[in-house]
Design a binder for this molecule. Sequence first.
Ligand SMILES: [Zn+2]
Length: 122
Amino acid sequence: MDCELCGKNTLLSETRIDGVPLMVCVTCRGNAGQSNYSPPVPLRANPSRTPRETPHEVILVPDFGQRIQRARAKMGLTHEELAAKVFERESVIRKFELGKITPSAALVKKIEKFLSIELEEK
Ligand SMILES: [Zn+2]
């Protein structure tokens, strides 16, 4: 039988490595014993994941999607055109209209201003 760690065909003994029973040789068993202690890796918050916009609870009117859709249609704009006007992706505008996403406060403001509508619940 071969050592499950190094593959050496030698005398094996069962040892637990990280709670997993393995048949290993004397060398590996010794190594495992020494390196068994692994200091816990602290879970660091990823500092690069800073939000683009400051989070701000936006409470929207229940029919915000319809309001955008109507105002957009009145101006004769497509999703794509509106998206370009407010510097957003078309998919964001579509999802916003369908109520599938809660957009950032900044986007709500931009759309409100551009379409001259009210989206935030006052
Ligand atoms: Zn081994």
